[in-house]
Ligand binder design. Structure first.
Ligand code: PLP
Length: 393
């Protein structure tokens, strides 16, 4: 038996901070710790660092630095984009919002809030691969539609949506378009100008940066009211003393993500395919969820029939392997994943679904170790399962 390893396969939940990122952050805790709004030298050092980070993030997504607004998280960026756009447009008669059934809760719960405020929300469905048909978005747009928000890539099944086409449709109808690119950043080539999006959300901790820092791209010319009121930070649009170390770390992580994008995609998708091929060879009665063609490089979402995903997660954890049974924020609850439901996975199979997400520190050895642990755990659970295949479950 191979020695026990610790294998982290939940890179979509969060990523470790890279050494280069941490090294850039450290002086801003203790030496250049000033408030960027202060006029003396240590304040100006901090201000310059924020400006540099803004340039780096802007470069990663093809934006202008002045179009980047730092927030506390991807969640905050999503809330800001959707709630403030809808609320501002209500004054001009808009009362309709379009999104999809497979969004992250940051977006879905913002839409539920808007429903309570009197908005109609259309939740666009997806096909069995999790893909949105842009024609459905087109048909759903009404004269009173305030905003369309469709995620770039799904956090559970990894499906990448046809964002450029949907943005084009929204533009042709004069409707603001937002995309949640939290999972796409660093995993897909993103150019906001080529995409034609108005608003785009990102987060630092998914790209080997620190937690608690996100950003919203606001295309120049899009009038988005601020949602935090106070000081004049972020060009007066998002008040609150800047998360200096977080911003510096996010900036460095963005620079690395841009430099490494091509090799990252190649390595990660190579490892993912290696793992997938071997799971298919070794474990019967599985189903792969999400599109295989239009998919994030590190994502694999697999249903293991006749078992409970939570039990599998715990057995794998005992073997030192970290995976997830849904998005991290909902995995503490046993309600079936709304994403797997939307792609038509039967409820009993949803409960047997596990997400493996591979990242920059994953090795082939980690995956071989995981395969052994997985094979053994699945066999064990199937053996003791009271609801076996034979009983017709
Ligand atoms: N949107 C998506 C698609 C996500 O996967 C996540 C995090 O899992 C978020 C938004 C929220 O980002 P944050 O953790 O920065 O709040």
């Amino acid at each position: 038996m191979e020695e026990k390893r610790n294998v982290y396969l939940d890179y979509s939940a969060t990523t470790p901070v890279k050494d280069e990122v941490l090294r850039e952050m450290l002086p801003f805790f203790t030496e250049s710790f000033g408030n960027p709004s202060s006029l003396y030298t240590v304040g100006q050092e901090a201000k310059n660092a924020v400006a540099h980070a803004r340039e780096r993030l802007a470069a990663l997504i093809g934006a202008e630095p002045r179009e980047i607004f730092f927030t506390s998280s991807g969640t905050e960026a999503d809330n800001w984009a959707v709630i403030e756009t809808a609320t501002a447009k209500r004054a001009r008669g808009a009362k309709h919002v379009i999104t999809s059934k497979i969004e992250h809760h940051a977006l879905l719960h913002s839409c539920e809030y808007l429903e309570k405020e009197g908005f109609d929300v259309t939740y666009i469905g997806v096909d069995s691969d999790g893909l949105i048909d842009p024609r459905e978005v087109e048909e759903a747009i009404r004269p009173d539609t305030a905003i369309v928000s469709i995620m770039y890539a799904n956090n559970e099944i990894g499906t990448i949506e046809p964002i450029a086409r949907i943005a084009e449709i929204a533009k042709s109808k004069g409707v603001v378009f937002h995309t949640d690119a939290v999972q796409a950043l660093g995993n897909v080539h993103i150019d906001v100008k080529e995409l034609g999006v108005d608003l785009l959300s990102v987060s630092g901790h998914k790209i080997y940066g620190p937690k608690g820092i996100g950003a919203l791209y606001i295309r120049r010319g899009v009038a988005l009211p601020s949602h935090m009121h106070g000081g004049a930070q972020e060009a007066g649009k998002r008040a609150g003393t800047e998360n200096l170390t977080g911003i510096v770390g996010f900036g460095k992580a963005a620079e690395l993500a841009g430099e490494n994008l091509v090799s990252h995609i190649e390595n990660i998708s190579g490892l993912r395919n290696y793992f997938l091929d071997r799971v298919k060879e070794r474990i019967p009665d599985i189903r792969i969820n999400g599109s295989l063609e239009s998919r994030l490089p590190g994502n694999l979402n697999i249903t293991f029939k006749y078992i409970e995903g939570e039990a599998l997660l715990l057995l794998l954890d005992m073997a030192g392997v970290a995976v997830s049974t849904g998005s991290a924020c909902s995995s503490a609850s046993l309600t079936p994943s709304h994403v797997l439901e939307a792609i038509g996975v039967p409820v009993e199979e949803i409960h047997g679904s596990v997400r493996f997400t591979i990242g920059d520190f994953t090795t082939k050895g980690d995956l071989d170790y995981t395969l052994d642990a997985l094979d053994e755990s699945v066999a064990k659970l199937r053996k003791i399962s009271s609801v076996s295949k034979e009983s017709g479950w």
